[in-house]
Design a protein around this ligand. Structure first.
Ligand SMILES: CC(C)=CCC/C(C)=C/CC/C(C)=C/COP(=O)(O)OP(=O)(O)O
Ligand SMILES: C=C(C)CCOP(=O)(O)OP(=O)(O)O
Ligand SMILES: [Mg+2]
Length: 251
C-alpha cells in the first residue's frame, strides 16, 4: 500500500484568523489565454485549471475558510465551439469520479448549482453520486456552479414563487428577501464574503447576481492556471484591509 503525502497549508502570519472570509467565490477565468500563450489548445488550460481548484480547496480548508464556490460553466458558455463544451463536460465527469474518494477522506461536502437537468445524463449521474455521498460531510462546503446563470436562477425562483401564489399557497405580501433566497439554488449556503476573479476582467459575467450584493470584489491579472496559494494569500490580505460598511457609517 502506498501512502499519499498529505499537504497542509499553514495560515500565513500576516492573516488574521478571526477576520477570514467565511465563503469565497471564484470566477476561474483565463484558462484559454493561459493555453494560447503556450501554443497549446484551450482545453489544456481547463485541465490545468483543475489543479488550481484542488489546491485552493485544500488551502481554504487548512486556513479555516468554511465555503468555496467555483464558477465552472455559465449558461452562456454553451455558445463556445462544440469540442470545447464536450471536453469540459467530460472533464467535469472524470474529475468528479476521480476525486470522490479523496473528497470523502477530506470531509468535503460538494453541491452543484445551476440548471443541472440540461447537462449530459452521465454527468448528472456523477453529480448525483458525489452530492449524495458527501452530504453527511461537515468539513468545507464546496459548491460548483455548472450551467449556471444568475438571471436564469432568478427567473426560475420567480416562476416557482408565482406558481405557489397561483395555487393560493402564498400571498404576494409573503414574498420577502428571505423567502426569495430560499428559492435560489444557493438556499443552503451563505452569501459569499469575497469574490475573486482571475484574468483581469472587471465583470461578474452572470455569476451569483443576487448573492454577491455585498461581497468584496478582488480581481487579479493572473490567469486561473497560475493562481496559486501566494496569490490567494494576497487576495485574503486585501480582503482583510477592506472596511465592510454594508451601507452604514463607520462606527
Ligand atoms: C470538476 C471541476 C469543477 C472542474 C473545473 C474545471 C475548470 C477550471 C473549469 C473552468 C472552465 C471555464 C469556462 C473557465 C474560463 O476560462 P476561459 O475559457 O474563459 O479562458 P479565457 O477567458 O482565457 O478564454
Ligand atoms: C469562469 C466561467 C465559467 C464563466 C465566466 O467566464 P467567461 O470567460 O465565460 O466570461 P466572459 O469573459 O465571456 O464574460
Ligand atoms: Mg474567459
Amino acid at each position: 500500500m502506498t501512502t499519499k503525502p498529505v499537504v497542509r497549508y499553514a495560515l500565513p502570519a500576516d492573516l488574521k484568523p478571526d477576520r477570514l472570509p467565511q465563503h469565497v467565490a471564484v470566477i476561474m477565468d483565463g484558462n484559454g489565454r493561459w493555453a494560447k500563450r503556450r501554443g497549446l489548445p484551450r482545453i489544456m488550460g481547463h485541465r490545468r485549471g483543475v489543479d488550481t481548484l484542488k489546491t485552493l480547496l485544500r488551502c481554504c480548508r487548512d486556513w479555516g475558510i468554511g465555503a468555496l464556490t467555483a464558477y465552472a460553466f455559465s449558461t452562456e458558455n454553451w455558445g463556445r465551439p462544440v469540442e470545447e463544451v464536450d471536453f469540459l463536460m467530460a472533464l467535469f465527469e472524470r474529475v468528479l469520479r476521480q476525486e470522490l474518494l479523496e473528497m470523502m477522506e477530506e470531509n468535503v461536502r460538494i453541491r452543484f448549482v445551476g440548471n443541472l437537468a440540461a447537462l449530459p445524463r452521465s454527468l448528472q449521474g456523477e453529480i448525483h453520486q458525489a452530492v449524495t455521498q458527501t452530504q453527511g460531510n461537515h468539513g468545507i462546503e464546496f459548491t460548483v456552479a455548472t450551467n449556471y446563470g444568475g438571471r436564469q436562477e432568478i427567473v426560475q425562483a420567480c416562476r416557482a414563487i408565482a406558481e405557489q401564489v397561483q395555487r393560493g399557497e402564498l400571498s404576494p405580501s409573503d414574498i420577502s428577501e428571505e423567502l426569495f433566497s430560499r428559492h435560489l439554488y444557493t438556499s443552503e449556503i451563505s452569501d459569499p464574503d469575497l469574490l475573486i476573479r482571475t484574468s483581469g476582467e472587471m465583470r461578474i459575467s452572470n455569476f451569483l447576481l443576487w448573492q454577491l450584493a455585498y461581497a468584496e470584489i478582488y480581481v487579479t491579472d493572473t490567469l486561473w492556471p497560475d493562481f496559486d496559494t501566494s496569490e490567494f494569500h494576497r487576495a485574503i490580505y486585501a480582503y482583510q484591509q477592506r472596511d465592510r460598511r454594508f451601507g452604514k457609517v463607520k462606527g
